[in-house]
Design a protein around this ligand. Structure first.
Ligand code: B16
Ligand code: MG
Length: 219
């Protein structure tokens, strides 16, 4: 059943929490084993990109070819390192303005979901105490096609029982904005406006959302 309300969908990394720094540390450690100095600038390319695809890009940079068993082992190793960093996460790592914004949507009865490439979305949301806000978590375990394919947001809208045109997506990655646009949803870029120029709206962070803007979004 489709109900007549707006649905809000949030990317995880870079929108609700800043886990990019932990992905960076884990990939940097991996690259060091090949004497490759992986920079923060290179890490920008990895935002919103699946773990598997990130490894392919990094192996290409390092100039290493490997068989599937070795690749699978490296993917596990990278994730174990990443999990060791995120095991220390706490609610103070929720990005500015997020909590107040989610509380405001919750008080208005607006349904919310997460749409993320990460396979670790649920444990991260638990650690930062945000999990209870969301009707559903559509993450890397539930999708078969990576952003910019719209699959993740289409599934999220379905879980919220809202139509694409009534869905508002918050994203920090270009591929994520493209995915929301391709799904026919309203896209809001969180972060650098010059980078996220394909978004329908841009904010620096959630403190930028005024009551007037929220009223306009809810319609
Ligand atoms: P995992 P998002 C993405 O999360 C990250 O931006 C990206 O850097 C990461 O490689 C990807 O999740 C997969 O994460 O290794 O935890 O499965 O921005 O889509 O929320
Ligand atoms: Mg992201």
């Amino acid at each position: 059943m489709t109900i007549k309300t707006k649905g809000f969908v949030f990317d995880l990394d870079g929108v609700l929490v800043d886990t990019a720094k932990y992905h960076y540390l884990a990939w940097k450690k991996f690259a060091e084993e090949f004497n490759y100095d992986f920079t923060e600038e290179e890490n920008e390319e990895f935002k919103g990109v699946s773990r598997k695809r990130c490894l392919e890009i990094l192996l290409n940079k390092v100039g290493v070819e490997a068989n599937q068993d070795q690749i699978d082992q490296w993917l596990i190793q990278k994730n174990e390192d990443y999990l060791s960093y995120i095991s220390e996460m706490n609610p103070s790592e929720v990005l500015p303005g997020v909590k107040d914004f989610l509380d405001s949507l919750k008080s208005k009865g607006i349904p919310m979901a997460v749409g993320s490439a990460s396979k670790n979305a649920v444990p991260i949301l638990e650690k930062v105490e945000l999990l209870s806000y969301f009707t559903d978590i559509i993450d890397g375990n539930k999708v078969s096609k990576a952003k910019p394919d719209p699959e993740v947001f289409v599934l999220a809208a379905k879980a919220l029982h809202v139509k694409a045109e009534d869905t508002i997506v918050f994203e920090d990655a270009i591929a994520g904005i493209q995915a929301a646009n391709a799904a026919g949803m309203l896209s809001i870029g969180v972060g650098d406006q010059n980078v996220l120029c394909e978004a329908d709206y841009n904010i620096e962070n959630f403190n930028d959302i005024t009551n007037e803007f929220l009223t306009e979004l809810i319609g």
